[in-house]
Design a protein around this ligand. Structure first.
Ligand SMILES: [Zn+2]
Length: 301
């Protein structure tokens, strides 16, 4: 029988439940809406989806991985999703253990899931020290060090969106001033340009609007500074960039590359750091969570 891992990806409006093979293949998938009236309704839909994917023929499910927007708490198994109030401080790990009967269930940040999936199967293959980042409504990150998935003390290693790069800078949603995210998220680049969505900034930049280009350059320059610090602290060889903003990579990517190369000139470490586009697309969070389920099984945690 083929081994598989149960994968759960907690997104902004839905929870994806899947079954992932060791090679990253998605063997089954069900999306559960998180826009529900009660936690009971959400939990019963989730339990039904878990039971359904686990009943897939010809597989033995050995572990489970949960990916969620941060911050997470590794020890308590809790997530902190701003969009699903009922799940704040709810131990999703215990819940998944109960309904799946699996003892190996591990929780990680969604950006860590992307980083790990890209390291194993995507743009980060062959890297040894990698950071994967998600540039979207927020900014998240995850790291692989010395070829091993590195989650840190509480599971939030790579939380680059809230690294402070501008002293006394713009107020961030987290309460701190001058975080990377306060400037460089898609939402905040849009805010800087005076629109709601990053796609509108990208459209304007495509048409040659100088203010739109300047808003993207401002965000990308701050992100590049955050990445410079990450490279300086961890001596990375590879950075992989994914997330919603990369849907407009025709305008965003050349600007980010230019800003990154400019910052990296100051660093005297030998060799170039590869800045790459994520290649696994929208399933990367689900696949990464599934791959972490295999690690959980092997390490017995
Ligand atoms: Zn912050």
């Amino acid at each position: 029988m083929k081994q598989a891992s149960l994968a759960i990806d907690v997104g902004a409006t839905k929870v994806a439940v899947g079954l992932i093979a060791r090679d990253g293949q998605v063997l089954a998938r069900i999306d559960v809406s998180s826009k529900v009236d009660s936690i009971q309704e959400l939990n019963s839909s989730l339990a039904a989806a878990i039971a359904s994917v686990m009943a897939t023929d010809g597989v033995v499910v050995v572990g489970a991985g949960i990916g969620s927007a941060g911050p997470i708490d590794n020890a308590k198994g809790t997530i902190n999703p701003v969009n699903i109030a009922a799940w704040v401080d709810f131990s999703l790990v215990d819940f998944v253990k109960d309904v799946s009967g699996l003892s190996s269930v591990r929780i990680i940040g969604d950006a860590s899931a992307l980083a790990y999936a890209e390291f194993v199967l995507g743009a980060g293959r062959g890297a040894t020290n990698l950071m994967g980042i998600v540039v979207s409504t927020g900014i998240g990150g995850g790291v692989v060090l010395n070829g091993e998935f590195h989650v840190g003390r509480t599971g939030n290693a790579g939380y680059i969106g809230h690294a402070v790069v501008v002293k006394d800078g713009t107020l961030c949603a987290c309460g701190q001033h001058g975080c990377v995210e306060a400037y460089a998220s898609g939402t905040n680049m849009a805010k800087d340009f005076g629109v709601d969505k990053f796609e509108d900034v990208a459209d304007a930049a495509r048409k040659g609007d100088a203010k739109a280009v300047a808003a993207i350059e401002k965000g990308a320059a701050v992100l590049a500074l955050g990445l410079l610090n990450a490279v300086a602290l961890m001596d990375l060889d590879t950075i992989v960039v994914g997330g919603g903003v990369m849907s407009a990579d025709d305008v965003y990517w050349p600007i980010l590359v230019k800003c990154f190369e400019k910052e990296m000139k100051s660093l005297n470490f030998p060799g170039n750091v590869a800045l790459k586009k994520a290649t696994l697309g929208k399933d990367s969070g689900l696949v990464g969570a599934g791959l972490v389920g295999f690690i959980s099984h092997e390490k017995g945690a």
